[in-house]
Design a protein around this ligand. Structure first.
Ligand SMILES: NC(=O)C1=CN([C@@H]2O[C@H](COP(=O)(O)OP(=O)(O)OC[C@H]3O[C@@H](n4cnc5c(N)ncnc54)[C@H](OP(=O)(O)O)[C@@H]3O)[C@@H](O)[C@H]2O)C=CC1
Ligand SMILES: N[C@@H](CC=O)C(=O)O
Ligand code: NA
Length: 966
């Protein structure tokens, strides 16, 4: 008996290391010939047997040293370890019925190392030449990675730094070379002589790269191969030129040279670096059969055998293989078609049962969404195979789904890494992605990412005659198939009255025509009401394995879409729940993508802000936004980007957000002529921020007149301007009705009491069911200030000027003194309480002297005001004499459905007499606050508090749009 030792190490799930001593003895071996192309040998250990195929013809080549010992044993018992991975199976020696027990999925859990020991006889040095399993790691470098001599050297360095025991490096052609090769064929086919010059360029490119990288024998050898290849190609192209035609396999043969040269170049560079390296022409190994248009199916069994043969002859631990190219079963050169090199690497990963496949590219990994559309898209650390699959199908630049299939069946992870940023860990695509940080996991893994497909059309086949009629769907999709259109998404509600599906826009005409023809009779008879085409659609897909069985994910998604005012045309979700697909209008697609991306916390809640009126309040708001921006981003993940500022004459627009530290200078120096339409289009039309708010800081009626349209187009509006809410009642009612129907927000806290929470308090009272009886108060900061300071011998006009300088007054102080401003506030509150009053319904006592009512400018008015100081001084004195003060108040009498604005006298002890500065005081008398009114008091005018009130409305909007509360 001769015994030779080999070591089989179970790996993966069966993690027990077994020392295996196998026996080569006639009695213990069930040799078969004929039925199997191989001899079989059973290595035995503790009643366990391992079996492996051996090709008798390869034995002498493999183990020449054995011939010196026992030729009979040699012939029968040498294990061709190269093939072991495909047949080894743990089994009891007494159950030798191995053929029915061999299951590939179990086989891969073993690797066979090359260490071989003989214990019972003098040592027989046996070399196991073919080793596969997790000692191999696969790298794939695309054309850009090997685009220049320097980059090839860089690739070589990366390969050398990989500490894996064995490495297979799959390379594409140098960048642009494949296109150059196809161009050669094109030119030759169209009998364009310039193919010769083009071929020279190909030669020069590779020659100069080789000269940069190699020297000595390596250089000479490469150049001689290159020259030979080029001469052959020249002859071949000449033949194509003469025939005016080249077959597909000719093209594949010519095109594949780019890979042949880059593989040889890289392997030469590695050898120059002292690495024992071979290069593999994958056409010798990889066998594929065509599978429909632009697709091929690998023949794994045949490829595996060829690979083993190849490895027997090439035992190097580093192999550089050509990507993209393969052979047909008839040994005719072919290619793996689109994304071929990635596919090559994945197939090789599977054939080698490699530890990992690394795809080197020029991005840091797989993004949660297209970073060109979502600037805050993040690199995903991990993706499951299914997630990667879904993402790639939906247009994410991940991997072609077919690249994932080969590695998926052996649980081999694929890592996508950036060759230009080695510090980035990349994205790992594997069976069960995990995140160490639990919090992060919660946020990240339910929905991993979002992808979109543009240029689609929806087709809606509708009619009462469809319900309960078997075969309708088959007839519809049969017609679609007949015109060769690809159905991307299907949706049918359970009422069965309509079937809706998405097809590429370019195919929709033919589809509609085919359906109309097929259902002509049903349409004429009214059983089908229509075959409708909805053009200009896009698909947005949310992808995540953990969405499955997680309640609330779709609710959150749709909520985010609704809040961004995006209309969803169709929805599809398979019961695998890996993906929720919605169809939206194409122009909404990027906004939709941004909105959902933000909502799932992959980025901030972003709002595009347009500031209208950078006057006192507008400018103060801009400064507050500037000072708080970083905190908001950090703490509440809210990104407020001021995309435009417009005044009455000039505007400043930015595509990415205005630098708020410099907005004044920028507006002054770079500002362009104000154009409201263009401004709104710019702020809202940017495709990067899903939500838009226009903040009207003017007192302009013209600007307020736009609110309805803006809300209608999904733009949120926030304002301290009272004109819209106190303007014509019908317009106001229309505006509020629209606001209630839509998902757009209209906030105006600062219109009453500036930053004081007046509107908020009133809304809370109303919404919780309280009944307002009366609202009374000092609503004017200006008039409060004036009467609080109009004491002793002070002149009325002087105090008015003080109030104006302090920024309490309206742009035109007559709006305050005439009571118009208070009347507007009364109207705003009254309407909020449900009273349908016009401004003219409010009796107002004006403090503007009659002769100054018509004064042209604000300055003229201020200049002339002192001449009327005595009138009001007399009134003040009369009140003083009675122990009273003058206060300008507004009243909303809800019970009697009226309002009033007047100058009243109050006893000095009255709360209204206790105010200071620009304080407002508002008393709400309600059913709940009946004996004691609910009082809100505080400064009710001034730049900081007013801008603060506007800012808090913006944050309220952000939180309504999904920003977390903090
Ligand atoms: N001051 C306060 O305490 C309070 C004020 N408010 C309200 O705040 C708003 C702003 O007041 P304030 O900042 O004092 O006013 P300002 O006069 O200082 O600023 C008004 C701004 O609006 C711009 N503007 C005017 N018309 C237009 C237009 N048609 N299109 C574009 N921009 C225009 C002006 O631009 P330009 O300079 O180029 O003409 C200016 O930048 C008012 O509605 C006011 O009622 C509300 C509560 C309190
Ligand atoms: N001018 C107004 C400002 C706020 O609306 C006032 O004085 O209250
Ligand atoms: Na307020």
């Amino acid at each position: 008996m001769t015994a030779c030792g080999g070591r089989a190490e179970p790996i993966g799930r069966a993690a027990v290391e077994v020392d295996l001593w196998w026996v080569a003895h006639e009695d213990g071996v069930n040799l078969r010939r004929g039925r199997w192309p191989h001899l079989f040998f059973f290595p035995v250990v503790n009643k366990m047997a391992f079996l492996a195929p051996v090709s008798s013809s390869c034995l002498p080549k493999l183990y020449p040293q054995l011939s010196a010992h026992d030729a009979a044993v040699e012939a029968k018992s040498r294990v061709c370890l190269s093939n072991a991975y495909s047949l080894i199976r743990r089994t009891s020696i007494c159950k030798v019925g191995f053929s029915s027990h061999l299951e590939k999925s179990e086989l891969r859990t073993f690797k066979v190392s090359s260490s071989v020991t003989d214990v019972s006889t003098p040592e027989v040095p046996v070399k196991s030449s073919v080793v596969k399993g997790d000692s191999w790691s696969i790298h794939k470098f695309g054309g850009t990675c090997v685009g220049t001599a320097q980059r090839i050297q860089n690739v070589a360095n990366i390969v050398m730094e990989d500490s894996s025991e064995r490495k297979l490096v799959v390379v594409s052609a140098m960048s642009k070379v494949t296109d150059m090769m196809y161009d050669l064929i094109e030119k030759a086919q169209s009998r364009d002589d310039s193919y010769e010059l083009a071929l020279d360029a190909v030669f020069e490119k590779h020659k100069s790269t080789a000269l940069d990288l190699l020297d000595g024998d390596e250089l000479a050898s490469f150049l001689s191969t290159l020259t030979l290849d080029i001469n052959n190609l020249k002859a071949m192209l000449r033949a194509i030129y003469i025939a005016g035609h080249g077959t597909e396999s000719f093209s594949a043969f010519v095109a594949g040279h780019g890979e042949l040269w880059s593989a040889q170049l890289l392997s030469s560079v590695l050898r120059k670096g002292g690495i024992d390296c071979s290069w593999m022409d994958t056409r010798d190994v990889l066998i594929v059969t065509p599978a429909g248009s632009n697709q091929v199916d690998p023949d794994y069994e045949e490829s595996e055998q060829r690979l083993d043969n190849w490895l027997l002859k090439n035992p190097s631990k580093v192999v550089v293989a050509t990507g993209f190219i393969a052979s047909t079963p008839q040994n005719i050169p072919t290619t793996l078609k689109r994304d071929g090199s990635d596919f090559s690497a994945a197939i090789m990963g599977a054939l080698f049962r490699a530890r990992q496949v690394t795809i080197w590219t020029d991005v840091d990994g797989v993004y949660s969404a297209d970073p060109r559309k979502v600037s805050e898209a993040v690199i995903l650390n991990t993706l499951s195979y299914q997630e990667a699959w879904e993402m790639s199908y939906f247009g994410a630049n991940v991997l072609h789904p077919r690249t994932i299939i080969p590695v998926m069946q052996y649980d081999i992870p694929i890592v996508i890494r950036n060759i230009f940023n080695l510090s980035a860990p990349g994205t790992k695509i594997c069976r069960e992605p995990f995140t160490e940080n639990e919090e992060e996991q919660k946020l990240e893994t339910y929905v991993k990412g979002f992808a979109t497909i543009d240029n689609l059309a929806l087709v809606n086949v509708e009619g009462t005659g469809m319900a309960g009629v078997p075969g309708t769907a088959s007839a519809i999709f049969g017609a679609v198939k007949d015109v060769g259109a690809n159905v991307i998404m299907i949706s049918q509600a359970s009422s069965e009255h309509s079937v809706c599906f998405a097809v590429p826009e370019k195919e929709v005409k033919a589809v509609a025509k085919a359906l109309e023809a097929k259902f002509r009779q049903a349409l004429n008879a009214g059983r089908l009401s229509q075959v409708a085409v909805i053009p200009n659609c896009s698909i947005l897909a949310a992808v995540g394995q953990k969405m499955a069985s997680t309640p609330g994910v779709s609710a959150t998604l749709f909520n985010a879409l609704a809040k961004a005012n995006i209309n969803v045309r169709a929805i599809a979700q398979g019961c695998s729940e890996y993906n929720i697909t919605v169809v939206v209008k194409r122009e909404d697609c990027v906004r939709a993508l941004r909105a959902v991306h933000s909502r799932f916390y992959l980025s901030k809640t972003s709002i595009a802000v347009g500031i209208i009126g950078p006057g006192l309040i507008g400018a103060t708001l801009l400064n507050q936004l500037r000072d708080q921006a970083a905190v908001l981003k950090e703490k509440s993940k809210t990104d407020l980007r001021v995309m435009g500022i417009i005044g009455s004459k000039k505007m400043l627009l930015s595509d990415t957000g205005i630098d708020l530290f410099k907005w004044k200078e920028l507006l002054k120096e770079n500002g362009e002529k104000a154009d409201m339409e263009r401004f709104v289009h710019h702020v809202h039309g940017n495709h990067f921020i899903p939500n838009t708010v226009l903040v009207d800081c003017t007192s302009s009626t013209d600007v307020a007149d736009h609110y309805h349209d803006w809300l209608h187009t999904g733009i949120h509006v926030i304002t301290p301007n009272k004109k819209a809410n106190s303007g014509p009642l019908d317009k106001y009612l229309k505006l509020r009705a629209l606001q209630r129907q839509s998902f757009t927000h209209y906030f105006y806290e600062a219109t009453v009491g500036a930053g004081l929470p007046i509107m908020h308090t009133l809304r809370d009272l109303l919404q919780t069911g309280d009944k307002i009886i009366r609202i009374e108060g000092i609503f004017s900061g200006t008039l409060s200030y004036i009467f609080n300071n109009f004491v002793d011998a002070r002149a009325f006009s002087e105090v008015v000027m003080e109030a104006k300088t302090a920024g309490y007054t309206e742009p035109d102080p007559r709006d305050d003194l005439a009571g118009t401003d208070v009347a507007r506030k009364v109207i705003i509150l009254a309407r909020e309480c449900g009273l349908n009053l016009e401004l003219s319904d409010i009796p107002v006592q004006s403090l503007v002297p009659d002769p100054l009512k018509e004064t042209a400018s604000v300055d003229d008015f201020m200049q002339q005001l002192p001449s009327f100081d005595s009138d009001i001084a007399t009134k003040r004195q009369a009140a003083e004499d009675a122990g009273e003060v003058l206060r300008y108040v507004g009243v909303v009498d809800v019970k009697n459905q009226k309002g009033a604005v007047e100058l009243r006298r109050y006893k000095k002890e009255h709360p209204f007499a206790q105010l200071s500065g620009s304080d407002n005081i508002i008393a709400f008398t309600t059913e709940r606050y009946n004996k004691q009114p609910l009082i809100v008091r505080g400064p009710g005018a001034g730049a900081e508090v007013t801008a603060g009130g506007v800012f808090s409305d913006i944050l309220r909007l952000a939180s309504n749009l999904g920003a977390p509360s903090c």
